[in-house]
Write a protein that binds this ligand. Structure first.
Ligand code: PLP
Length: 219
């Protein structure tokens, strides 16, 4: 099926309150343009350099989401245009985003990445780390970032019950953190294989790549 048809199929099943991030990592700009022409405006990339190159080539009303691990020394390359950073894993990174956003006179929206998976390979902070950050005086002094929610990735497994319990965990952490920081309104969880389950568990933002653009080829 075409990218346009894939997008239409997915969008027709989404509740109104759920935002679809089209994850275009490794895909050529021609694929992104096809999605753009079908009305898609929110794109997710997991490498800052790749996102920056695509940003230069794509129409300027695209909203760029950084969904991957954020290397602090590369924040400067995306600070002028990035719309939402999903994978903030510690306070140092928030500080760097704040510093670079300030240079561009912007306020950058961020999500705190919470570790919900049992795998060691998955990034993220604990609920208690997140709550400490949100209550710190130093955090309240960062005027060029907005923490607007949380992001999480479930374990790579076929066990639906495990995925479901990890998604519920993120929803629960979100509810807790929202009592400290009421500006939070985004729960970024769910990918091609599990976004329906994620929505059932409270997701408001799904990150879907292969179901839109086809399988990725890393060679
Ligand atoms: C690649 C990626 C996705 C999309 O994965 P698909 O299975 O292709 O939908 C979602 N989130 C993150 C963080 C990713 O790196």
């Amino acid at each position: 099926m075409s990218i346009k048809q894939n997008l239409q199929n997915i969008k027709s099943t989404l509740p109104q309150h759920v935002t679809l991030v089209a994850v275009s990592k490794t895909k050529p700009v021609s694929d992104l343009l096809e999605a753009y022409q079908a009305g898609q405006r929110v794109f997710g990339e997991n490498k800052i350099q790749e996102m920056t190159e695509k940003h230069e080539q794509m129409p300027k009303d695209v909203k760029w989401h950084m969904i991957g691990h954020v290397q602090r020394n590369k924040v400067k390359y995306m600070a002028s245009f990035v719309s939402l950073i999903h994978g903030v894993e510690n306070f140092k990174t928030l500080k760097e985003i704040n510093k670079q956003a300030n240079k561009h006179d912007r306020v950058i929206d961020c999500l705190l990445q919470i570790k919900i998976a049992s795998e060691d390979s998955k990034f993220g902070m604990t609920a208690s780390d997140a709550s400490k950050i949100l209550q710190a005086t130093e955090f309240s002094e960062l005027k060029n970032i907005n923490v607007v929610g949380v992001m999480g990735m479930a374990t790579f497994t076929d066990n639906q019950e495990q995925i479901k319990s990890e998604f519920f965990k993120l929803k629960h952490v979100f509810n807790q953190l929202k009592t400290i920081h009421p500006e939070m309104n985004i729960i970024s969880m769910g990918m091609s294989g599990d976004y329906q389950l994620a929505i059932d568990c409270g997701s408001t933002m799904i990150r879907v790549g292969s179901s839109i653009f086809g399988e990725r080829n890393y060679n």
